[in-house]
Design a protein around this ligand. Sequence first.
Ligand code: NAP
Ligand code: G4F
Length: 346
Amino acid sequence: MGKAKRALLTGITGQDGSYLSELLLKKGYEVHGVIRRSSTFGTDRIEHLYRDPHESGTRLFLHYGDLTDGNNAAALLQEIQPDEIYNLGAQSHVGVSFINPVYTVEVDALGVLHLLEAIRHCGRPVKFYQASSSEMYGKVVETPQTEKTPFHPRSPYGCAKVYGFWQTVNYREAYGLFACNGILFNHESPRRGETFVSRKITRAATRIKLGLQKKLYLGNLDARRDWGFAGDYVEAMWLMLQQKKPGDYVIATGQTHSVRELLDEAFGLLKLDWKKHVEQDDRYLRPAEVDLLLGDASHARKTLKWKPKVTFKKLVKMMVEADLKLAEQEKILHQAGHRVHKTEYE
Ligand code: NAP
Ligand code: G4F
């Protein structure tokens, strides 16, 4: 048996990091993930994968680090000697990027450069995946969006991702690095962060159903997104790094839906009328909005032989069912006298 491939993931504690770790471990990889020091545990999404490091057979290893620290990137490469790096770490909330633009750029733009520089100087061939985003299309100049569609970012997050995209292309062209951009359109799951609109809706709808919450406050209901399932999308990331040549790929479903339609679907599954529960709140409006995203993943379909398996309806159902279970557990706690409270701030 050959030596197991070694992957290094930034953002391993995030939605995509957890699904990608599962996939790579199944494929026999040794997986190394970067985690940030925090005053509370932030490893819920990978708890089911983690084993005590002293246990034999452990293939998931965690290392402290931060994308803002270039020395850390170089040291991790030296220590781990990975074959593949997946850069999933980011301040990934578009709304928050308007509030913390400089920090967002330090992590989402310069963080990419730190990793590329570390690879360039490490003296080994390391394949690199950059988590680029459909947010780069912003004020879209054509629909659907492909790898050839020009970018027009509409947020500090979008601008930072454009920087990371071009620096990845640049290191590929200038230094011959095997570096790929996945231009991923919105992808969700029961593990999605609770302040992104899909999860905010499925969490609230299920809590409202069980009497744990009365209202849901949202921003722009007219925005349209191409929403897919995160579990499908991480497979495309891996496929990109298994090709003969590096490249850039749009990953999307080719269907677009409005936030309103997402509300119809989620509340509809619970036989609730969302109009009775949802109120608009200007706090959730952004200084500039991305009105419509719709991706054309023909290149990935043809070259990677990748296609999404989970439809919009199936995705919303999966999220509603998972959140209903969560709400039921909350209700038991609530009935036992525990305080069940959620802070809404994004
Ligand atoms: P996510 O759930 O928000 O996870 C982000 C991850 O980045 C977390 O593990 C977080 O760690 C880590 N992180 C944040 N700041 C960091 C820093 N300074 N140094 C090191 N790590 C840091 O995001 P996701 O949905 O999994 O998305 C993964 C990547 O794909 C991101 O780069 C995102 O911008 C990009 N993307 C996402 C989508 C989407 O629809 N989900 C679409 C296109 C592109 P903590 O757990 O400690 O906070
Ligand atoms: O769920 P969202 O916050 O996702 P957004 O802004 O599209 O960004 C996500 O997808 C990107 C890919 O295109 C990723 F790169 C990025 O990291 C992130 O994962 O918002 C979706 C839409 C927006 O138009 C927003 O204005 O929903 C609208 N919306 C309406 N009310 C809301 C809310 N968004 C949030 N987060 N919270 C609301 O209350």
